[in-house]
Every structure is written in C-alpha cells, then in structure tokens.
Design a binder for this molecule. Sequence first.
Ligand SMILES: Cc1cc2nc3c(=O)[nH]c(=O)nc-3n(C[C@H](O)[C@H](O)[C@H](O)COP(=O)(O)O)c2cc1C
Length: 332
Amino acid sequence: MLKKIKTSFTDTMGINYPIIAAPMFLVSNTDIVVEASEAGGIGTFPALNYRPIEQYAEALKNIKSRTKKPIGVNVIVNKSNTRQGEDIKVALDHGVEMFITSLGSPKSVIQDAHKNGAKVFCDVTNLEHALKVQDMGADGVIAVGAGAGGHAGPISPLVLIPWLKTRLQIPIIAAGGIAHGSMISACLALGASGVSVGTRFIASREAQVDQSYKDAIVNSTPEDIVMTTRVSGTPAAVINTPYVQKMGTDLPWAMKVLKDYKLTKKYMVPLIHLMGMKSLEAAATKPTWKTVWTAGQSVGLVEEILTVKEIYAKLINEYDESVKSLSQLGLE
Ligand SMILES: Cc1cc2nc3c(=O)[nH]c(=O)nc-3n(C[C@H](O)[C@H](O)[C@H](O)COP(=O)(O)O)c2cc1C
C-alpha cells in the first residue's frame, strides 16, 4: 500500500492520506474517529452527536486516550446551535486539531481555533461563500458538491472544484459522491488537496446505526437518492424509502409559508430542524417504518460493510491503481 499521498492538506494537518472521514449526524462516533485517524486519514464527528455536553467531553477524552493522531470536530455555526461556544472551548481544551464548520458564519470559530493552533475548514457550496471564509482566515474549504449525503450543494464537483480554484489560495477539500479511490485521484486532478467521505462510512462495522440502514446503503443505487426539505428545511439527500415517498419531499404548504414569513421564520426554522433531527434519530437507531435515512449518490459504489481500516486501505489501493492507469494514457 502507498505509504503517503502528499498534498498541501496532508502537510497542514501532519497526516499521511488526504482523506477525511466526514462528520455525520448520528453516525460518526468515537470508534470511527479513532480508526480513521489511526489509518492515516483524519476522523471527525459532529459535536452534537454527543449530548449533553458532558458526554461530548467524555467522547473527546476517550478518543484522545486512544490516538495521538489529529482529529476533527464539526460545529454547526448558526443560531440553532446554542452550544457553539462551549463546543469549541471543550474541543480546544482536549487539543482538537481541526474544526469543520457548517451552515453559518465561522468567524468566531476561526479566531478561537487559531489561538490554539487548530485549523478550520469551512463547508461551502459556491464561490461567494468560499471567498468570504477565505477572507475571514479559514485554513481551507470543504467544497460540498451535487450528489453528497446530507446538505448537498447543487453544483457538479467537476465544475465546483476548478471554479473555486480560480479564486482561492487556500486548500480545497472535495466532498460529495466519493466512495472509490479513482474518485480521489479525479478530485486531486481537478485541483483539490483532499477529499471528505461520508456515506461510505455508514456501511462500516464501527458505525452504530441499525443494520437495516447499513443494508440500505449497500443495496441502493444512485437513482434511489432524492432531495428533501422535510428534514431540516434545507435540501438534504435521503434514500427514497416508502415512507419518504409517502411523505413527499417538500414541506407541507402551511409550514413553508410560516418558514418564509418574516414574523414566524425565527420560530419555524429551529422547529423544523428539531422535528427533522427527531425523525432521523428514530430511523437511524432502531427499526421503524418511518425510515428517513440520509445518504448520498455514492451508495451505488458501496458493495459491502467493511471496517474503517479496510475502507481506507481499499480507497488508497484504488487510488494507486487509478493513478498508475492514468500515467499510461498518452503513451504509445
Ligand atoms: C448521514 C449523514 C449525516 C451528515 N451529517 C452532517 C453533519 O452533522 N454536519 C455536517 O457538516 N455534515 C454532515 N453530513 C455531510 C458530510 O459531512 C459530508 O459532507 C458528506 O457526507 C460528503 O458526501 P458523501 O456522503 O457523498 O461522501 C452528513 C452526511 C451524511 C451522509
């Protein structure tokens, strides 16, 4: 197996492979983080996977006692997250090396993290937001493209990465649809310095989600993925289960009106979030007919449930093979 894939991202983080095990609500846990970082990539998890805050501190302590390699925490930086300040402080107290911010403005996270020498990578789906976070001092962006699990962006990664590259000086990490090593070499060829992989790790031995969710990842095709606003109000990618089909992928008319109306917006948005989180939680952890399973189009390339270590080895070997086959091109 390749000992290293060197990029500006691996240099910045001091890791061997530019492959992030992406933060996934309800899925990422201490075992996935430890195994991903020990495999030479970097494991990350959403702070909110551990509630209340004492459990989050406990999780960080557990991870840090099992690996000396860098790890990352994902913080949602909008008003729905009342724990934001504490999430950062507790992480910095435990020596977390990397933050991934999503949804709102990462300004204060960048300031706090930099005091401790930690790096901040911000989820973006377009150039405007990417330029803003670059100006704020972000260490890199995570370019979330079409096909991603979770809150996917609308732009094809084939366009998104080179587009961001035209104006950004900071590293770009590609996210969305990556489940095979050839996709990693493709992203690096487009100008990315690394990749962030989510959906693939749902079908890992370490993920503590219901077996039926893992089986659905293995058995689904890209055509089974639909976008719905019912989970959080923002389009999110889910498997088109009979329950999703029955519910439809749009918010009910009345909710949409209240969400967009100035006076009720500030109550509706967190309420929709909360209701969505509850339904995801129920579906991910126990068998229920109300199945709302978040996943991206890369389900089509996930054929078996493996350990995190095996997934890393497979991705790296596939990367190596694809780089070798590419280097044959153009040779007579
Ligand atoms: C089940 C699931 C939960 C997710 N939860 C979060 C989250 O809490 N915070 C976040 O920033 N991104 C979240 N994401 C997005 C991932 O961090 C990552 O950007 C995405 O999974 C990459 O696309 P892929 O799934 O096609 O590999 C989630 C994705 C999935 C599949």
